[in-house]
Ligand binder design. Structure first.
Ligand code: ATP
Ligand code: MG
Ligand code: MG
Ligand code: MG
Length: 557
């Protein structure tokens, strides 16, 4: 490839909208461009990286017995209604109607559609186990699309679904995928950790997340160095035991400290403790106080009937975020507190500037005064598991670190096969439900995570396995015919040898080309300059280590 022809529009300046390194560098190095919030175009270099990641994934999925297919993005509402997820998925689902008024969604995940397929096509135990996967765009109308490819609204996912005869078979399939995932991330050159996870909206039982360790991660992972224990902090139990009264004083909440454990609070709210923890910690970072509120309250014509709520305040930084939980509906909405600017997200803030409150996604209650607007029944101080807490496995102090969730595996059991009716005939001719698992990798997020872990002040440092090209050949001066000739010859020889190489044949100054080469992150840079002509050597620079060496031209290939 010739850089003069390559669509890789590099930027000198940091784009203002990019908060994290991967987003910034992908924009600057000309890998992606934004089309809308959370929707991106992958430019040629970016797409090459994605292809590499996808190929690694394909190889590992095929090795584990997976078969690739392609499911539709547009999915009929009926299947989702059968499993009850049409309602559960809420505003994160992109919905649309066709010209006849039939309801569809853009697939945020594909359990329904694939279970329906397998239900129709498979009927005997002889056809199981079956591992089917696809690599495709997914659509989720994320509340806060951000960090570039990290949290998109359109993003690429590899999703595999396993169908087995029984629990035992499902566990074997699960282990195969767990191993395959470890291989994928190792081969991508990433430092990662598999952690116990909460299955969340997907449902089912056992689940693990694969976390790439990086400071920009949105998840917190706690792990023990002594035993194997490692968990997403959402899954690790919260500690309700510290109760510091002082911290509540400035907020003037009325508190009745008699009920304090998560179980008790959950019982009061008629939520499962798990759900409560998830709700509470949804936006919070470190520790929080929650207060239960009760009473009818009308705000902007929306009546929160018998709201038994839960108010949680983020104490980390200066930002205080609160939420109401509807007792009957389980509705969770954000709440603002008097005199406090609570918006982390400028888009949301703008939207709800003049709004006194509404229970719509993205809207906040302003000027809510607990005690005045809500009767506060009790206040609970909760703390998330953190660095130094003792390991539930062996008691050793735990470590906490930030992680980017690049993949998750789930043992689903019969949740979907039952709802959709996916059955097979066993050895005795009896009908039984298939036992399922599902397994996702965020392909585009993995690309971002790789950059979060591999960069320096000059740009990206691609792990070789997923680099867009391996080598860049740079003639220092395109005005010097001899240099151009040697560079072109070198380029041709490398191409012939099957090396993924580009030549920077632009008429720009050498400095510009060096800067771009560092920014884009080619693992090796070959410079053809004066010295090449005089001494017959090429300067080779290793991007990762910065090592430079002069190598005779003839020995390069
Ligand atoms: P998150 O907790 O970050 O919202 P999730 O748990 O909702 O992710 P899954 O349903 O487990 O996501 O989907 C499988 C994988 O898809 C995730 O592990 C992640 O790598 C990727 N993924 C999920 N949501 C997004 C997104 N909005 N943008 C990019 N990748 C995503
Ligand atoms: Mg999500
Ligand atoms: Mg998650
Ligand atoms: Mg997940």
């Amino acid at each position: 490839m010739r850089v003069s022809q390559l669509l890789a529009p590099t930027l000198r300046e940091d784009p203002a909208e990019a908060e994290v390194v991967s987003h910034r560098l992908m924009l600057r190095a000309g890998f992606i461009r934004k089309a809308a919030a959370g929707v991106y175009t992958y430019l040629p270099l970016g797409y090459r990286v994605l292809q590499k990641i996808m190929n690694i994934i394909r190889e590992e999925m095929n090795k584990a017995g997976g078969q690739e297919l392609l499911l539709p993005i547009i999915q009929p509402a009926e299947l989702w209604q059968q499993t009850g997820r049409w309602d559960v998925y809420g505003e994160e689902m992109f919905r649309l109607n066709d010209r006849h008024g039939r309801a569809f969604c853009l697939g945020p995940t594909h359990e329904e559609i694939i279970t329906d397929l397998v239900k129709n096509e498979i009927n005997s135990y002889k056809q199981l186990p079956l591992l089917l996967y696809q690599i495709q765009n997914k659509y989720r109308d994320e509340k806060r699309p951000r960090f570039g490819l990290m949290r998109g609204r359109e993003f690429i996912m590899k999703d595999l679904y396993s169908f087995d005869k029984d629990e035992e078979g499902m566990k074997i399939s699960y282990q195969k995928m767990y191993d395959a995932y470890s291989n994928v991330f190792r081969r991508c050159g990433l430092e990662f950790r598999a952690v116990e996870a909460d299955p969340g909206a997907i449902g089912g039982g056992t689940s693990h997340e694969f976390m790439v360790l990086a400071d920009s991660g949105e998840a917190v992972v706690v792990y023990c160095e002594k035993c194997d224990y490692a968990a997403n902090r959402e899954k690790a139990c919260a500690k309700p035991d510290i109760y510091e009264k002082e911290e509540m004083q400035p907020l003037e909440l009325v508190h009745t400290p008699e009920v304090r454990t998560i179980e008790e609070v959950a019982g009061f709210l008629q939520l499962s403790p798990k759900r409560l923890i998830k709700t509470l910690f949804y936006e919070a970072d470190d520790r929080l106080i929650c207060a239960l509120i009760r009473g009818d309250r009308e705000i902007n014509e929306i009546k929160l009937k018998n709201t038994v709520g839960c108010l949680h305040l983020k104490l980390a930084a200066d930002e205080r975020v609160a939420a109401v939980v509807g007792a009957e509906t389980g509705f969770v909405g954000p709440v603002g507190l008097e005199g406090i600017d609570i918006y982390a997200d400028p888009e949301v803030a703008e939207m709800s500037n003049a709004v006194a409150g509404a229970n719509k996604n993205g809207y906040h209650y302003l000027n809510v005064n607990p005690g005045r607007d809500f009767k506060v029944d009790m206040v609970v101080d909760l703390r998330l598991v953190q660095e130094g807490d003792s390991c539930p496995g062996c008691g050793t102090p735990l470590h906490a670190t930030k992680g980017i969730e690049v993949g998750q595996v789930f043992q689903l059991g019969t949740k979907y096969s039952e709802a959709i009716g996916a059955k097979y005939h066993d050895e005795h001719g009896e009908e039984r439900l298939m036992v399922m698992g599902c397994y996702g990798i965020g392909v585009s997020r993995t690309m971002a995570a790789a950059i979060e872990q591999n960069h320096d002040k000059d740009g990206i440092i691609w792990p070789v396995a997923i680099a867009p090209f391996h080598v860049v050949v740079i003639p220092v001066s395109t005005k010097e015919e001899e240099q151009v000739q040697v560079a072109e010859q070198l380029y041709q020889e490398l191409l012939d040898a099957g090396i993924e190489v580009v030549i920077d044949d632009r008429a720009d100054r050498a400095g510009v080309k060096f800067k771009d080469a560092d920014l884009i992150g080619y693992p090796l840079r070959l410079t053809v300059g004066k010295r090449t002509i005089e001494e017959g050597t090429v300067d080779i620079k290793v991007r990762r280590t910065g090592e430079e060496m002069a190598v005779p031209v003839a020995r390069v290939t």
